[in-house]
Structure formats: C-alpha cells, structure tokens
Design a binder for this molecule. Sequence first.
Ligand code: M6R
Length: 608
Amino acid sequence: MCGIVGFTGKQQAAPLLLEGLKRLEYRGYDSAGIAVIGDAGIAVEKVSGRIDNLCEKTDNGKAIFGTTGIGHTRWATHGAPTDLNAHPHLSNDGRFAVVHNGIIENYAVLREELKAKGYRFLSETDTEVVVHLVEMFYDGDLKSAVLKTVSRLEGSYALGILCTDQPDTLFVAREHSPLILGVGVGENYFASDVTALVSYTKNAIYMDDGEIAELTPQGITVYDCRGREVEKPVSRITWDVEAAEKGGYDHFMLKEIMEQPQAVQAALTPRIRGKDIVLDDFELTAEDLRNIDKIVITACGSAYYAGCAGKYAIEEFCRIPVSVELASELRYGNPIIDEHTLLIVVSQSGETADTIAALKECQRLGAKSVAIVNVVGSTIAKLADHTLYTWAGPEIAVATTKGYTTQLAVLYLFALYAARKLGRLEDAAYEALLDEVLSLPQKMQQAIDKNHALPALAKKIHTFHSLFFIGRNTDWAVALEAALKMKEISYIHAESYAAGELKHGTIALIDEGQSVIAVCCNERLLDKTVSNILEMKARGAKVIAVAFQGERRVIAQADDIISIPHIEPIFSPALAVVPLQLLAYYVARENGCDIDKPKNLAKSVTVE
Ligand code: M6R
C-alpha cells in the first residue's frame, strides 16, 4: 500500500522525509520519491526500488535544500513500478507537486478532459490528474484550488500538495484513505500512517473524510469540503513504532484478516459502473467467450483453493466446463489445451515459479490467458495476455488472507461478467447476484465483529494433534483453504475432506474426542452435510460447524457454532473462510507459534 509523509518547519525537510518513508517500508512498496521546495522551485527525486536508492541518490537527503516537503512510497496500481510512475508528480508549470495514497476511480475521464485542455501527462498513474487539476484551478488561492480539485475526484485519496507560491505551506486532503496530522512545536507533519509520526511527535489530529487542511510551521487549520474551518481535537498517540506498524494488532496476519472488508471493497467497486462490470483494460466479447470450450484455472496453495471455489461460480453461471489444476502438476502434465482454452492464472505475488511455468506452457499450447494477481508489474502480470489486479495492498504475513478473499471477489466478478456477455443470465438474476457479491465487504465485517467466541474455541482445540475439515461443493473449497491455514501457522495436522468421501476411508480415523470442523453454508446440500455430522458424532467426534446465522438444522447437531451472515451460497467461501482464518490465528497464538513467519515457509515461492 502506498504511504505518504510531509513536513514543514525550520529543519531540512529531505532527511526527515526519508526517515518517515523508511518507517513505512514494512507496508511494502516498489518505488519512492520526495519533493522539497527550495530557492529554485520544487526539487523532485524519485526512484523505482528501495528507499536506500533514494538515500544514496540524495546523500541521505543532504543534497536537497528546503524546509517544506512531501514524500511517498508507491505500491503500484495504475502503471508499472517505474521512476516516471513514482510520486511526487509535478504540474506542467512546475509550481505544484502532489503525493497520493488511494485510487482515483474517475481518472480516465479526467485525464481525457485535461489532455483536451493541453495538459501533458508524463506517467500512467491515476494520481497525475490531481496535480494538473490543481494547476488548472489555481488563481492565486491554493485553498480554493484544492477544494475545487477534490470536488472533481471520485474514489479514495490522502493527498499531500506543495505550491511554490506558499513555500512553507502543505495542503492535504482526505477521502476514504487514512491521513494523520502530526502537531509539533514550530513544525508540523502529515502521514498516512502513525508509524511515520511517532518518533517526531505523539500529538496527532485525525482527519475525517471530506476534510482538507493547511499546515505551516506555525499551525494547522482544518477545513470542511466547503472551506469552513473545523475544530479538531488533538489526540495523544500511545503506540510505539512496532505497534504502529501493525496498526495496533499483535501480528500482520491479524491486521490483514481485519483489513479484508476494505480490501474486497477495493477489488470490487472500481469495476462496477451502475449495474455493469467493467474489466480493467480489456474486454472479452461474446464472440471471444463463445470461442472458448473450456476454462483451466491454475495456481498453487491458497490461490489454487481460490480457483476451486471460483470454479463453482463460473460453471454455474457461464455453463463452461472449468478444471482447476495445481500449477506444479499442470506444467509437467502434458495438458490438453489449445487456442479454445481460456487459462486463468491466480497468484497473490505474481512470482510463484510453478505458476509462471504452467502459464508459459499453456501459452505455448495456444491458450489465451487472464491473470488474477495482486502485485502490479509482477512476472505473471507481465506474461499473461490480460491481468485483473486484486488491489488487496501488500500482504506481509506468509499465510495469505486478504490475498485469497480478493482473488475470490475477482473470480466472482469474472463469472458474472462472462455469463452476462454470453447471455446465460437474465438481467434480474444477474443484478440480484451482483448485489450479493457487492454485499461481501459489509458481511465480512459482520462475520469478524460477531464471532467473539473464537479465542475461547481455539483454547478447546489447540492441543489436538489432528483436525478434520469437511464440507460439500463450495463448502469443501472452504474446508481446503481453512485446513491449509490451520496447518501452516499452528503446525497442527489438518486434513480436509469432501464430506461425501469420508465413508470411503477417512472415517476410520474418527474416534472419541476427535475434532471435526464442518462447513455448512451450501444450503442445497445441507441435509447431506448434516448427515455426515451425525456420522462423526456417532463415533464420538466433537463438531464445530460454520453456518448461516439461525440455521437450525446445523445448530441442532453441532457442539459449537460459528455463524456468518446469509449470502447467496455460491459466494459463501469468501465469507465462511474469515472466521476460520481467525480460528487458525487464535490456535497458533495459543501454541506460541511464529504466526507471521511460519517455519519452513516463504511468502513468495520463487523456486520449484
Ligand atoms: O503468491 P501466490 O498466490 O502465487 O502463492 C501461492 C502459494 O504459495 C500461497 O498461496 C501459499 O499457499 C500461502 N502461504 C498460503 O497461505
């Protein structure tokens, strides 16, 4: 996720900005830059890659003079991680510089409008429209130009703005993206993240959506969207640096679990125009889709399990056969693939060696490819014919959580998009299903908020040597992912089974006291899964069930219930997995495991 910082005071700004950016490194980034107002105007330095490169280029900031400046770490969303796309962005007249955290959703329209008026664009970013708008609206009144600019923006932003006409002033604006003002003595700061502030000041003003603020060394003034002054309380920051990096959570994994409603929202909303789904920079026509006789989804680990869940939605809505293949198997499997195959490659990192190899092999055989990837500019994103980014932001914990659920969100959108193009869904059905997908962020939040008993449940099972996860159809897909989460962070053997398969062997392992986690959200097959629960209980197992709130058939039989809000069952994996991620987390915490960096595992598996 991008990070922004700003400083105005009497000290040299550049070294402080670099220090602030280093504090944001943990969030992940692919380029960085600073802009400082000096005697000769605004000096900008930006580099792709590490902040260390920026330090080297600027002699740790000592080569840039000036006491007011802004800085940025970029996690690429629009445009590759290059020097040109790095922030800050300058206006054509060089009088303004802007850093931005968030996504400007209407940037394409604004870009065309500004180009028609003669503004030149140097980057591929959504952000650059902001600096040209400020220049366009500026008539000597910076506050008014900022207000007019933000009134034209849709999406999310935390903005930091410099203008050479007011060399000791910073302007900032906030909408759906965190922005905190640091209150100092004779100097003031802003940052997207408390981490960048805590070593300078513990006094902070938390901006609200729709507000802008003016910072000078002498003071801070906050305004509402109409330019009226707003009284803001100054709060005391109580976190130390380490706690601040994790947003106050004990582990990145927990932070990332909690971020899922926002991450899924970010994956969904920019792709919705009214009732239409818009794929990023490409379109699959009805003819393209009719030319496809099968879809192959390939991936590794959790991304593969996302594919397993996505298959049900694509087959159900599009009526195109889908096979989900482990990339490590597909690459050597002599697959039957040709130009009538659509390959969907799923990868959080975009760098998984087996997935890259499977993609290359399928491309060699003639398949068209779409990648669902989180990391912009990654190898898979570059290799695939088309890419749909998940926009989950950087994932630091080795165990994926928001990476997985945002992959599901994109797969669901793809399924609805393709089905509608093919004319396989009536408008009313399509609209009802789309509303269900769009309800995911809110329901994920409820699934997080309402499950207070998970730490206690974890205490009941954390000493087990083995756990079983069962389910049918979409519930089985959830069971696969939930078992992997449990294994990789708590080191408890966890096995997932299609519930109907138990009698074909695994039931031999079910004994008195064995713990079974049953996913029971597929209403069509619920009676069958409940029968499996009864079979488990008859052999002495204790059953924890995940079910929709108030589902009596399950409540009557399970020993413990984890409830989630109701959703169209085909989309339930994105919801049901959330409390199971939390359960795995709390079990691992009980067992004192190194949750963010489990033993023997790496975040990105770049070797075979
Ligand atoms: O970056 P990718 O999505 O391609 O990674 C695939 C797997 O290595 C990954 O999902 C792995 O299984 C995670 N540790 C699961 O939490």
